[in-house]
Design a protein around this ligand. Sequence first.
Ligand SMILES: *[C@@H]1O[C@H](CO)[C@@H](O)[C@H](O)[C@H]1NC(C)=O
Ligand SMILES: *[C@@H]1O[C@H](CO)[C@@H](O)[C@H](O)[C@H]1NC(C)=O
Length: 287
Amino acid sequence: MAVLASWVWVLIGYLSAAVAENSNPSSLYPPFWEDTSGEISGFALEDGKYIINPWVFTDRMGLYKILLSKTAPYFAKYGPENEQNLLWGLPMQFGWQYRTGRLVDPTGRTTCGYKTFDELCVSVDSWWADVNYFLSVLPFLAAVDSGILGISSDEFTILPPPLDESRFCYNVSDCKKLVGEIMDSWTTFFQYMQLPSSDFDGLLQHLWAAHTASLEYPISVFADRRQEVMDTIEIDKSSTEPLNATTLFLTVLSVVTVQSKASILDTSEAVEAIDRTPYEDPDTEAP
Ligand SMILES: *[C@@H]1O[C@H](CO)[C@@H](O)[C@H](O)[C@H]1NC(C)=O
Ligand SMILES: *[C@@H]1O[C@H](CO)[C@@H](O)[C@H](O)[C@H]1NC(C)=O
């Protein structure tokens, strides 16, 4: 029950708390939200296909904006202005990762993500960016497959990252093969959403199932990039318990919850102060 309570806070709490306590509406939205169109036609067209590069911050955020706007009708009965849309948690979390420097290249081998160089670059070397791929591109592809977006899968191409191409998937059929369970769980969520009998609790349960299903694959496949994250998160290092997916998820979730709450309610100056600080192990030197 405690788990569900913190999860509900992540999903719904951000926005309603922010709306209540923050008078500047633009600071409620994730970074660059206004710079993405919320339509597939907002992407560049090449050879008759829209080109989506999820390793560019605004492209990945653009997928969320499409998801949020196309699912808005299904949340209209729960509140005005799409504010009760349960999917808000995803772009908010991704925006928090960006603001706190979690999407930059932690190895320092490239300038990917650094403010004055490649500000919009999302690094494939970032564990956060890798895991988030399965919480952004995958729900998008499942939504395409479920028909809820009115977009067909041959209208667009998803570009691979510069490294580790085979650890990701890029279209509906490919993703069903690589991570069928993740695709199924998101498809179930989007299908349930379209049922006249769907309700808020049911939506929350299906979303929770899809969210947790999305983490298992990336957490095991990107375990090589996880250690440096775990070194940085404030965990009890004396603990000898081996980390499993559940524990890791809860640790990450609790950090996300606390820090997102803090950062979204912060003044813009405080947000600016942490803006784009490379996220790295405090014991290592800055690149
Ligand atoms: C899907 O992606 C795979 C791997 O990138 C590719 O081989 C395949 O042709 C793609 N399928 C479609 C229908 O685009
Ligand atoms: C993960 O670890 C926690 C704490 O050690 C334990 O309570 C839980 O049952 C474990 N879950 C799985 C799936 O092994």
